[in-house]
Write a protein that binds this ligand. Sequence first.
Ligand code: ASP
Ligand code: MG
Length: 408
Amino acid sequence: MKKLIVQKYGGSSVANEQRIINVAKRIIEYKKKGYKVVVVVSALGDTTDELIKLAYSINKEPPEREMDMLLATGEQVSIALLAMAIHRLGFEAISFTGQQGGIITDRTHTKARIIKINARRIKEELNKDKIVIVAGFQGITKEEDITTLGRGGSDLTAVALAKVLKADFCEIYSDVEGIYTADPRIVPNAKKIDCISYDEMLEMASLGAQIMQARSVEVAKKFNVIIHTRSSFSKKRGTIIYKGGKKKMEDVVVRAVTLTKNEAKITICDVPDKPGLAAKIFSSISQGGINVDMIVQNTSRNRITDISFTVQKDNLNKALRITNEISKKIGAGEVFAESNIARVSIVGVGMRSHPGVAAKMFEALADKNINIEMISTSDISISCIIKKKYIVAAARAIHDKFGLGGKK
Ligand code: ASP
Ligand code: MG
């Protein structure tokens, strides 16, 4: 039986005519090698961002259904152009929208979930020996409304198709060569990682690495879809994302350093130290639809305490308003916010079984005289909140401390 490959090309890989032709050539290489090829493609370049801007210039609160109608057009352009490019090179391709590809989702517009995929048409066309091109990021509800799968959702389309079609390979192409031990723009001696586990990749995605859509990695993990992330501009091997567990992999305690700058910290002073108050504070905030991440409560002196927590910067104003209200209600003191903070994190499955990792990270920061404002841990990551101005120095120092870099 012929091997089947699913390839996904991101927006930057198809940003202009020349790149579309290059992608078409790459696809044809696989076809010539005898693969059945299914291609998922994102909107050209920054099209999605531009469409979003356009929507907001017309209406500050665009209806989500209409948002999906608009955003889905981006991928419809790229699938058609890519199919044309393949035809120009003498091969047969057919493009499908999410609906034609049978991608059925729930009705949560702008972040819909895939319920199932009716791959009948895709399979029929593959059997006619055609290259099948499917629009990423979009689906259709049972009521036949167009939906989108959340930003970066083409990754999810690709992983879900790889699962349903029982693909032998799932390649995710972008403009970077794979997953690195840190963002190479910030840590110049960062190294490409050969293999990484789903858990580490998920943790990295949620802690700031902007490579794969986190939901797509969750789905890959659930169905054990092995992913190869690589660059469409080179032939080099990228990074394999898989379930892990090989001995060699476990030897690595810390796999990567990540950072984010999109959080802000809120502190409520002088909270009476009584049962139930933390519950009150955080239930009001969550009722406002706001996710809280790190929480630190000091030990109380004189039966009052300070509580600090972080929220996404986008939610800061709303979170502050709610926190001020609740502070008055419970008889707490002043509330203040700080947005000049950043988070630096380390990720690695080997941490589970190695003591002293946190201490080593804190030492790296101490050596550079960087103060830690908050700390949080999971079983495979440790994060510190520090002042934003120290983030580059912090990332480099930690990366060096754990010996993650290549030669300088
Ligand atoms: N075009 C969509 C976005 O920019 C989907 C994707 O690129 O995966 O989010
Ligand atoms: Mg895009």
